[in-house]
Design a protein around this ligand. Structure first.
Ligand code: ADP
Ligand code: MG
Length: 306
C-alpha cells in the first residue's frame, strides 16, 4: 500500500482538514479520504504515518456497520473495489486510495460537536482541576485525573474553524438548536458511546471520551457523520495499563507524544508549527500502534493485507 501525505483526486475538493480531504461526488454524496498525516499538540507533522489513513477509515467503517441498529449514519461503503466501481473518474488511483476512502451521504452538519466523556481527561480534567466544573456545570468533588465518570457526561463543543473547540453547556446548545434536537443528539451520543465502550472493553481498550458529529440529510433524517470512535476522534487507552490519578498512555500516538514532549522539555521545540523532523523509529512505532489498535479492536486484518 502506498503512503500518502495528501490526496489529489479529480473531484471537487470541499475541504482539506488536518488529516482528511473531503470531495464532492455528485451533490448527494461525499468521498472522505484519510491521508497518513498525523497531528500532535494541534500541529500536523511533516512525515506521514504508514497505514494510518487506512486504519482510521476502516475503524470508522467497522463501527458504522456495527452501530447501524442504534443510529442511522452517512456510511455507504469503504470497500475500495466498490468505491472504484462507483467512481469511474478515479480509474488508476486504486493503489493510493486503498483502504482509506469512504463514500458517504452528504448532509447538512449540526454546528456542534457532541462529546461524550466516560473518563475525566484532557480539557475536562483541566477545567475540573481549576474550577470543579465541566463546561460551567459543577462536577462531584474528589475526582482524580482519568477517573471513570459514571454515568458518562455529555459535553458538547462548538466547531471552531481554527484553534481550539470551546466546551459549552447543554443549555447553550439547546438555546441554539432547540430542546428537542439537543435531546435527540444527546441521547444518540450516549447510546453510541455506550455501545462502543462496551464492545471496546471486551477487546482490552478503554474509550475514555469521544467526539461525534451529526448531520441532517435531504429527507430530514438525523445521521451520524464524519469519523466515528477512531483514535483520532477519541482517547483510546490500553485497559491493562489503566491507573487513575494521572494521564494515561495513548494507544496510538504515545511514541509520537513522548518524543515531542522530550523535545519540548529540552527546549528543542516550542510546540508550534513548523514541526520538528521525526526520526524513523518514532514514525515506525506510531504506525505499529495504529495497526495494533485496528487489529485489537476489530479482530480483522486491514483491508490492504487481505
Ligand atoms: N456526511 C457528511 N456530510 C457533510 N459534511 C460531512 C459529512 N461527514 C463529514 N463531514 C464534514 O467533513 C469535515 C471533515 O473535515 P475536518 O474535520 O476538518 O477534517 P480532519 O478530521 O481531517 O481535521 C468536517 O467539517 C465534517 O463536518
Ligand atoms: Mg475533524
Amino acid at each position: 500500500m502506498k503512503t500518502l501525505t495528501a490526496s489529489r483526486l479529480p473531484l471537487p475538493l470541499l475541504r482539506r482538514g488536518k488529516v482528511r480531504e473531503v470531495y464532492d461526488v455528485d451533490g448527494d454524496h461525499l468521498l472522505l479520504v484519510a491521508s497518513d498525516r498525523v497531528s500532535a499538540f494541534d500541529v500536523v507533522m511533516r512525515e506521514p504515518i504508514p497505514r494510518k489513513g487506512a486504519v482510521l477509515t476502516q475503524i470508522s467503517a467497522f463501527w458504522f456497520e456495527r452501530l447501524a441498529g442504534i443510529v442511522p449514519s452517512h456510511f455507504v461503503t469503504a470497500s475500495t473495489p466498490e468505491v472504484m466501481a462507483r467512481l469511474p473518474a478515479l480509474a488508476g488511483m486504486e493503489d493510493e486510495l486503498r483502504g482509506r476512502a469512504m463514500l458517504v451521504r452528504r448532509t447538512t452538519p449540526v454546528p456542534f460537536e457532541c462529546v461524550v466523556r466516560g473518563y475525566l481527561s484532557g480539557s475536562a480534567w483541566k477545567e475540573y482541576r481549576e474550577h470543579g466544573t465541566l463546561a460551567g456545570d459543577p462536577l462531584r468533588p474528589g475526582l482524580v485525573e482519568s477517573d471513570r465518570l459514571d454515568p458518562p457526561l455529555f459535553s458538547p463543543a462548538t466547531k471552531a474553524e481554527s484553534g481550539h473547540d470551546e466546551n459549552v453547556t447543554e443549555a447553550t446548545m439547546a438555546a441554539a438548536l432547540g430542546r428537542e434536537l439537543t435531546t435527540r443528539l444527546r441521547d444518540a451520543s450516549f447510546a453510541v458511546y455506550a455501545a462502543g465502550r462496551d464492545y471496546a472493553a471486551t477487546r482490552g481498550i478503554i474509550i475514555a471520551d469521544t467526539k461525534f458529529e451529526f448531520g441532517t440529510d435531504a429527507q430530514g433524517t438525523l445521521r451520524l457523520i464524519d469519523e466515528v470512535l477512531t483514535p483520532d476522534s477519541s482517547r483510546f487507552w490500553p485497559a491493562d495499563a489503566y491507573h487513575p490519578g494521572g494521564p494515561q498512555p495513548s494507544f496510538d500516538k504515545q511514541p509520537l507524544r513522548d518524543y515531542l514532549a522530550g523535545l519540548r522539555r529540552d527546549g528543542a521545540w516550542n510546540g508550534e508549527a513548523p514541526p520538528p523532523t521525526l526520526p524513523h523509529d518514532v514514525v515506525a512505532a506510531t504506525s505499529a500502534r495504529y495497526l495494533d489498535a485496528f487489529r485489537r479492536l476489530t479482530g480483522r486484518p486491514l483491508e490492504e493485507d487481505r
